[in-house]
Design a protein around this ligand. Structure first.
Ligand code: HEC
Length: 507
């Protein structure tokens, strides 16, 4: 049954591919800045740092270039068309650093990364789609994924050359447009090769399609790769059953590499990478095909690894990073995932924040929806703030920074548009965890603060009673779920909190 589904999609390849390529842009980005409320980190300000890049894809911060006037320093950015641009002295420089499309036979340029010892060796790495002549003199589209390296000399990139061309990924299929690379702690690198809409190759170990490869920094193959010595398997393979690998990040607590990949309609995934794992595409997926039919009859089959996170419908994930800085204390160790379009409705791109505890995911929040942009990439700057790239002809570098915690008025604040949340979402005590279980107007895990205020008139006795319960916890008053204790809150502070809640109903 799977086989016939796969065959059917191969026959409809052109149609599937057209859907994959149809990537409507959202409305144009305004001038900003924008102030937006968030659930746990108060308000954030979003500003345009630079714009006018043609579909920017990746960026690197050049070490040792930050100044107090320009806290992110110099930044090199790739545009999908092949140009490498420099952001310096607070501005996107007009002169192009290099047009890679003039150096390589290139269809699209993707990622850029620094060698771990860039400060001493100046080495830069790029992933791109390479075009080549069809075998046996045939005509038409013929591409694979390649890894190039160059040497940065201050304002130029020299000695640009391919260090790895995926020789078992040549294909005439369009689609699956991404590749990123990621250095591991041991100095080797991971490099994603798209599925190219081939529904068989990702499950075949003699093909580079739908795989993650592991290479040394010179493009040679390390001797300890998981499939070395396995008959019929390619020695460069690290994982298989991947669809379109969109990004990688390292978990700051566990050191694991987390990988992001696109599903079709539904089934975008974050996977925790382990050498030799099969991530299931396309025999095990939560995704549906673009015509609405299920891709695989069940989301998991024996021998495949389940994703750590997945999205149904797809949000067209594109970039991810763990936040490890101090500027957004409430977001420490949260995972940020960018979205280009949600549920295939144009203008729905955004940024998702995923919070974890020791068991796994505990919250997901959608941010920046009101900007209606396709967001390609997220990274933490050297200044500890978050930076985004939007995917558009007028692509922008955006900065996110904290902006206080006062409730925002709807409409205009500081000359900028504010997207006001429903009253129920207002976080009355942004420095505490209350918002996890209480809202002002809505019953959540606990009663709404409004209902608490209605039940207890503002008297000294009630303030003391509630302050005591806030500190020690409470159970059986509102239902069966107990309220957690807050031993760290001092008596006076607890009284002030109780007063603020009861104030909701006092004149
Ligand atoms: C893990 C979920 C959770 C968190 C976090 C939480 N609460 Fe509660 N809260 C509850 C539940 C559930 C109840 C109802 C308990 C009951 O039935 O006695 C409650 C009840 C209350 C009450 C009413 C007590 C009563 O006796 O009527 C107050 C006041 C209150 N919470 C304030 C707070 C404040 C302030 C914070 C943050 C410091 C907070 N809560 C954090 C779940 C929570």
């Amino acid at each position: 049954m799977i086989q016939s589904r796969l065959r059917r999609c191969s026959l409809l390849l052109i149609m599937c591919a057209t859907f994959v390529q149809a990537q409507p842009e959202g409305p144009p980005l305004g001038a900003g800045p924008w102030v937006l409320p968030t659930f746990e980190q108060g308000n954030i300000k979003v500003s345009v740092v630079a714009r006018g890049m043609d579909h920017p894809f990746g960026l690197v911060y050049l070490p040792g270039t930050a100044t107090s006037a320009n806290p992110i320093g110099d930044v090199l950015l790739t545009e999908r068309t092949g140009k490498v641009r420099l952001f310096s002295k607070g501005k996107l420089q007009k002169a192009v650093v290099v047009d890679m499309a003039k150096v390589f036979s290139m269809e699209q340029l993707f990622d850029i990364k620094l060698h771990p010892q860039f400060a001493t060796n100046g080495l830069l790495y790029f992933t791109y789609i390479k075009t080549g002549p069809k075998p046996e003199g045939g005509k038409g589209y013929w591409v694979t994924t390649a890894l190039a390296r160059g040497h940065f000399t201050g304002n130029k990139i020299e000695d640009l050359k391919d260090i790895y061309v995926a020789s078992k990924a040549w294909s005439g299929n369009i689609g699956g447009a991404s590749s990123r690379l990621h250095f591991l702690k041991d100095g080797t690198l991971l490099f994603g090769v798209s599925h190219r809409i081939d529904t068989l190759a990702p499950q075949q170990l003699n093909s580079d399609l739908g795989k993650i490869l592991r290479l040394k920094d010179d493009g040679s193959i390390p001797k300890d790769n998981p499939f070395i010595g396995v008959e019929g398997a390619l020695p460069e393979l690290y994982t298989w059953g991947n669809r379109s690998v969109m990004d990688f990040t390292t978990n700051p607590n566990t050191g694991e590499v987390w990988e992001l990949e696109n599903g079709p309609q539904g089934g975008d995934e974050v996977n925790i990478l382990k050498p030799g794992n099969n991530y299931g595409w396309p025999i095990a997926t939560y995704g549906r095909d673009y015509d609405g039919k299920r891709f695989s009859p069940q989301p998991w089959v024996e021998g495949t690894a389940l994703p750590e996170l997945y999205w149904v419908p797809s949000i067209t994930v594109a970039g991810l990073t763990f936040y490890t800085g101090d500027k957004f204390p409430k977001w420490k160790d949260n995972l940020f995932v960018t979205s280009m379009i949600k549920g295939r409705v144009p203008g729905t791109g955004h940024l998702e924040r995923v919070a974890f505890n020791e068991n796994g995911e505990v919250r997901r929040e959608e941010l920046l929806n009101s900007l209606h942009q396709r967001i390609r990439y997220v990274s933490q700057g050297p200044d500890g703030l978050l930076y985004l790239l939007t995917d558009s002809k007028d692509g922008a570098l955006l900065r996110l920074e904290p902006a206080g915690s006062e409730p925002l008025d709807a409409g205009v604040a500081g000359g900028v548009e504010v997207a006001q949340p429903a009253t129920a979402a207002i976080n009355m005590f942004p420095d505490l965890d209350c918002n996890t279980c209480h809202r002002v107007e809505e019953k959540l895990v606990g009663p709404s603060f409004r209902d608490i205020a209605k039940k207890y008139p503002m008297t000294n006795a009630n303030v003391s009673l509630l302050a005591d319960r806030i500190i020690k916890g409470s159970s059986g008053v509102w239902g069966e779920t107990p309220m957690s204790a807050h031993e760290a809150i001092k008596a006076d502070a607890a009284k002030a909190i109780a007063k603020k809640i009861l104030d909701l109903e006092s004149e």
